[in-house]
Design a protein around this ligand. Structure first.
Ligand code: SAM
Length: 377
């Protein structure tokens, strides 16, 4: 592919702007976007100004630039990660989350180490070279057990990367996982605005601690991922600008964003969902800010739009995380209503996914898919 070219993977028949806002674009937006590309950073006021412009033309400018920048670093390659939802036990009570501690409707499960290794085996055969172990904050998964499991996966599949997403733990715990061979850690900060954080979480959880965990993970040497839900209850453009400011300071290797989607058994059961367009615009802005970032087109995006994954790729994403969790367990990992877990979300659908990506001009690659230029030990 020609550098900087968008020709081999253009939007094709998918119209990213179908639901876009009607307001006129601001002439300043294009110069703000240029500046973001040049410097990799903006002021909080500039982020707010850019977010206020929901015109179709500005969105298209963002998406075109995002695709071009991604292609410069990753060509037309899309990385896949096999997602294993290890446990839905959670000691936390986040107001938005379907597996929160006080949701008594959840049928709880915890996969055993052997079952998780079985998922890796299936995934490896299918061509996955990264396994993401994600779960609630489950004290039964002690540090020793996590480290032993990571070491077992790395022993059996030395050519694979292991990503953990097990929530907030002590720095010593993260260190132990790293020494056992874990490569990456995902911990969304959820919102970088303190009062918004307190709206979404019970008082025992703090933004300060969550942020500190991310800094600890980075210091240890993990490839780190952060992120937030778009359109979560109480989120304002100022909150989103705070997110951008935090992300530009942290310089993570991965950013996972998806729309907030309500769950019927949570305090936010009546809240409005985040929108597709706002999520796509933010994805595009993140790609311009962090050219080499690994940005997933998330399951939440695929849940609010039948071709949300594809639209995410066209807005600048370069990672897809099909689900390897056994079906019986998967249906109980309901973070939000109607969470998609079939079709292209399903690891078994990898062949279909490859076909669908190829039709759009992209190629699913069999590799660990590390952050461009990251030195892997
Ligand atoms: N316990 C780990 C943690 O706290 O990072 C990982 C599991 S947690 C359930 C994974 C992510 O799900 C959260 O970071 C959150 O952003 C997302 N999530 C939870 N509830 C959601 C909702 N209602 N809508 C969209 N995303 C949601």
């Amino acid at each position: 592919m020609r550098e900087g070219s968008d020709q081999s993977n253009n939007a094709g028949s998918i119209d990213l702007n179908k639901e876009n806002g009607s307001r006129l674009d601001s002439p300043q937006s294009s110069s703000i976007i240029e500046q973001l590309e040049r410097k990799g950073s903006l002021s909080k006021a500039e982020y707010i100004q850019l977010l206020q412009d929901d015109s179709a033309s500005t969105a298209e400018l963002i998406f075109e630039k995002a695709r071009r920048i991604r292609n410069q670093h990753y060509s037309n390659h899309i990385y896949v990660r096999g997602l294993i939802e290890t446990t839905n036990y959670c000691q936390n009570d986040c107001f938005y989350c379907g597996i929160r501690r006080s949701n008594r409707q959840v049928v709880r499960y915890r996969l055993s180490g052997e079952e998780i290794l079985g998922c890796c085996h299936r995934g490896y055969e299918m061509g996955f070279r990264t396994f993401v172990l994600q779960g609630g904050e489950d004290p039964a998964w002690t540090d020793e057990k996590v480290a032993k499991l990571v070491a077992a996966i790395k022993h059996r599949y030395p050519d694979c990367a292991v990503t953990l997403s097990l929530g907030e733990r002590k720095k010593e715990s993260y260190q132990l996982y790293y020494e056992a061979g874990a490569d990456r850690y995902l911990l969304r900060h959820e919102t970088a605005n303190d009062s918004h954080y307190r709206m979404l979480h019970p008082p025992e959880l703090s933004l300060e601690h969550r942020r500190q965990c991310l800094w600890n993970l980075k210091e240890i040497g993990f490839q780190i991922g952060t992120g937030m839900m778009v359109g979560s209850p109480g989120q304002t453009l100022e909150c989103l600008a705070d997110d951008f400011m935090f992300i530009q300071e942290l310089q993570p290797h991965m950013v996972g964003i998806g729309p907030f989607i309500s769950h019927k058994d949570t305090p936010f059961h009546d809240a409005l969902n985040g929108t597709l367009m706002q999520t796509l615009r933010i994805l595009g802005i993140l790609r311009i800010m962090l050219p080499k970032a690994l940005l997933p087109a998330t399951t939440a995006l695929a849940t609010i739009d039948p071709i949300g994954r594809e639209k995410g790729i066209l807005a600048g994403a370069n990672v897809i995380m099909p689900n390897l969790t056994p079906q019986e367990a998967r249906k109980n990992y309901m973070l939000y209503d109607n969470k998609k877990s079939t079709g292209l979300e399903n690891a078994e659908g990898l062949i279909e996914l490859k076909k669908s990506m190829r039709e759009m001009g992209y190629e699913i690659v069999v590799s660990r898919g590390d952050y461009a230029g990251f030195c892997v030990n």
